[in-house]
Design a protein around this ligand. Structure first.
Ligand SMILES: *[C@@H]1O[C@H](CO)[C@@H](O)[C@H](O)[C@H]1NC(C)=O
Ligand SMILES: *[C@@H]1O[C@H](CO)[C@@H](O)[C@H](O)[C@H]1NC(C)=O
Length: 363
């Protein structure tokens, strides 16, 4: 296995250095041209423009269950280029493959562990990536750098960080990296083969949070309050209850859909949150169906129906509140979100208490 990769690599480098073929100055996913010979992909890799402002292009291919080959291409600005694999989406704690080509033309590729933002804590020849022996190489060709490497892993981290060093400044002899000139964080969906910036990921995450919080966690409660305390205003209470709950259900379903989109881009265990979310959705559907199948007010079964509707509704609200706090915790959103939601439900709770007291007094 080892000699095999080594062989491919040497052939590749020989091919590139001796090639009469003039590679075009630019690289692009739509041009098949550069692929041949640059890196030993066994078949056509997935290609992504991963960082438009710096013209970074990533190709990757899973050739065997544990073997993932990557080829990163970027303009050669006489600086290092780097691709980091991050468990959290943050620079600190990630392991990166960094490469540069010194004046002598012999490229250097190293793995670094990013212990902190302090350059002293960016440690060469350390990291969590299991590189296949002799698989990492970098070449400079037609004003671009091509850095290739192969990882031995079931599925690489999906949060990728790219960075590029200061122009015309290569790392020193002891491989200490200077601070990057620019950096970006993306999420790569290996299966679907698309990469998007962290900001669109956080937009989906935010939508998921807000929609579910408003739908299941706030409007559903307002709808329940309407049904319980606004009975004297008949039939206004009835129509308000239906409208509010349908609106809440609509928001909630959108939030659940956003959650499924989000799950694809996470490399995180969210099974419990998801299971609870689906259970809540099922309860929500039961409520909608119960509404459609409600017996006549005068019917004997109506009191059982009322009890059922009440119990399912209350359970839904309690579980939703729990799952929302749990989701905020999973999302790592911390205090502001927790406090915001806690204040909202406290207000609703106080309103409910006041209305409850008034109702009891009226009776
Ligand atoms: C990948 O790792 C496994 C176990 O860690 C090892 O047995 C296997 O030889 C490795 N494959 C390559 C190509 O390095
Ligand atoms: C890779 O190299 C290390 C150290 O040189 C060696 O211990 C290991 O067995 C090699 N792995 C493979 C898969 O060849």
């Amino acid at each position: 296995m080892k000699s095999n990769y080594y062989y491919y690599l040497m052939i590749t480098i020989l091919f590139i250095s001796s090639s009469n073929v003039t590679l075009s100055q630019s690289d692009s996913c739509s041009s098949e041209f550069n692929l041949h010979g640059i890196f030993p992909f066994k078949s056509s890799p997935i290609c992504q423009h991963v960082w438009n402002s710096q013209d970074f292009i990533l190709r990757y291919l899973q050739s065997e269950p544990h073997i993932w080959s990557f080829l990163l291409s970027a303009p050669n600005t006489d600086s290092y280029i780097a691709i980091g694999f991050s468990p959290t989406g943050k620079m600190v704690g990630s392991s990166a493959i960094v490469g540069w080509v010194p004046d002598n033309g012999i490229g250097i590729v190293k793995q670094y562990f990013l212990g902190s933002l302090d350059p002293d804590q960016v440690i060469p020849d350390k990291g969590d990536l299991q590189l296949v022996n002799n698989s990492a190489a970098i070449v400079s060709q037609s004003a671009r750098l091509y850095i290739g490497f192969t990882l031995n892993t079931t599925l690489p981290q999906s949060r990728l960080i790219y960075s590029v060093g200061v122009m015309n400044m290569l790392p020193s002899a002891n491989s200490v990296l200077s601070h990057h000139r620019d950096q970006t964080v993306t999420v790569l969906d290996y299966v679907a083969g698309h990469s998007f910036s962290q900001s669109s990921y956080s937009r989906v995450k935010k939508s998921h949070g807000i929609l579910n919080m408003l739908g299941w966690g706030i409007f559903m409660i307002i709808g329940a309050i309407t049904a319980r305390y606004f009975r004297p205003w008949d039939p206004i209470w009835f129509y308000s209850h239906i409208c509010i709950q349908l609106f809440a259900f609509f928001l909630g379903v959108s939030g659940v859909i956003a959650g499924f989109v989000l799950e694809n881009d996470l490399d995180m265990e969210v099974d419990k949150h998801k299971a609870l979310g689906i259970f809540i959705l099922v309860l929500g559907c039961l409520q909608v169906m119960a509404f459609l199948a409600r017996p006549e007010k005068t019917s004997k079964t109506r009191q059982y129906w009322n009890l059922y509707h009440y119990v399912v509704g209350r359970s839904l609200i309690v579980l939703s509140i729990a799952n929302i706090f749990y989701g905020i915790h999973l999302g790592g959103e911390g205090r502001a979100w927790k406090a915001g939601y806690a204040i909202s439900i406290t207000i609703l709770f106080l309103v409910a208490i006041i209305l409850e007291v008034r109702m009891k007094m009226r009776k």
